[in-house]
Design a binder for this molecule. Structure first.
Ligand code: NAD
Ligand code: UDP
Length: 310
């Protein structure tokens, strides 16, 4: 049994990590300021004596004794991270400094939830970890992209300078139950719109691509990475199957059996044209890990979830 701190534990991915790590017999401390997270995501864990919930803002220092830290606190949807860009970059950068300082002091292993956004609008396809990216430092997405890039730099420097046992995963678009219906990301938007019979909002021509990973695959890869010795990453965790937003909309409409119409809206600034992970490194280092759940299978589970809550 390990004592594990999960920052952002009441959010979409964090809540799945809390559940899985508790199920595996660990003691879990969930830290969250509830900016985009929700108590509903973790309420079913509250009676578990090995679960603890702490309301705290990660831009302030936090002290605790744990064996491992999963650093997931940060709004992840463009709508939410652009709401208060300064707070977003503070959460990534000061949050990383606070958690790395803690890890150094208590000698805990720490894993950073980085993102495919560090590749920006990539000119290399698919993206390997060696690609440095194509990021606008001054655009609408910069608070998130540059905050996460700086956090990666901090993880590497604390590792090199202070010997912190640090790890970095780069997460590609992930979806599943516990996403906030108002999250603003494409999968939750399209599902909620399809279920309510509202117009499906396609940004741009809908030909831009993303590779969608079901949350259980990500959680498996994340835990494998945390428990792998002698490899700090960064490592890509994503599904290799690439879809256009038009294909995603068609899939969702078909599964829901919805008659919603497609409407086209302006493409947001710096919206990446294409994105697909190269997962050779994850396969080699994480015991053959790869995303296994198909888009259709994952969408069905996610649609069932949204149908039950909206
Ligand atoms: P989410 O918004 O559901 O979860 C983020 C959580 O962090 C929320 O519970 C929020 O309340 C909390 N939080 C935000 N700022 C905080 C602060 N200052 N102090 C304490 N808690 C704070 O998003 P998610 O999709 O679950 O993403 C979780 C992590 O994974 C994020 O770091 C995100 O950047 C990363 N990630 C997610 C994806 C994805 O596709 N879902 C892709 C790449 C990276
Ligand atoms: N998108 C869309 N309609 C929406 C929300 C998003 O067409 O209602 C598009 C968005 O412009 C982007 C893609 O879907 O090209 C993925 O957007 P999301 O915000 O989910 O993730 P990210 O852009 O961060 O990968």
């Amino acid at each position: 049994m390990k004592r594990i701190l999960i920052t952002g534990g009441a959010g979409f991915i964090g809540s799945h990590l809390c559940e899985r790590l508790l199920r595996e017999g660990n003691e879990v401390i969930c830290l969250d300021n509830f900016f985009t997270g929700n108590k509903q995501n973790i309420v079913h864990l509250m009676d578990n004596p090995y679960f603890e919930l702490i309301r705290h803002d990660l831009t302030n220092p936090f002290m605790i004794e744990v064996d491992q830290i999963y650093n997931f606190a940060c709004p992840a949807s463009p709508v939410h991270y652009q709401y208060n860009p300064i707070k977003t970059i503070k959460t990534s950068v000061m949050g990383a400094i606070n958690m790395l300082g803690l890890a150094k002091r208590i000698k805990a292993r720490i894993l950073q939830a980085s993102t495919s956004e560090v590749y920006g609008d990539p000119e290399v396809h698919p993206q390997p970890e060696t690609y440095w990216g194509n990021v606008n430092p001054l655009g609408d997405r910069s608070c998130y992209d540059e905050g996460k890039r700086c956090a990666e730099t901090l993880f590497m420097d604390y590792h090199l300078q202070n010997n912190v046992d640090a790890k970095i995963i780069r997460i590609f678009n992930t979806y599943g139950p516990n996403m906030n219906p108002n999250d603003g990301r494409v999968v939750s938007n399209f599902i909620v719109q399809a279920l309510k019979g509202e117009d499906i909002t396609i940004f741009g021509d809908g030909k831009q691509t993303r590779s969608f990973q079901y949350v259980d695959d990500l959680v498996e890869g994340t835990i494998r990475m945390m428990n792998t010795d002698d490899f700090m990453g960064p490592v890509n965790l994503g599904n290799q199957n690439e879809f256009t937003m038009l294909q995603l909309a068609e899939n969702i409409l078909e599964i829901v059996g919805s008659k919603s119409k497609l409407v086209f809206k302006p493409l947001p600034q710096d919206d990446p044209r294409q994105r697909q992970p190269d997962i050779s490194l994850a396969k080699a280092k994480l015991d053959g890990w790869e995303a296994k759940i198909t888009l259709e299978e994952g969408l069905k589970k996610t649609i069932t979830y949204f149908d039950s809550i909206i």
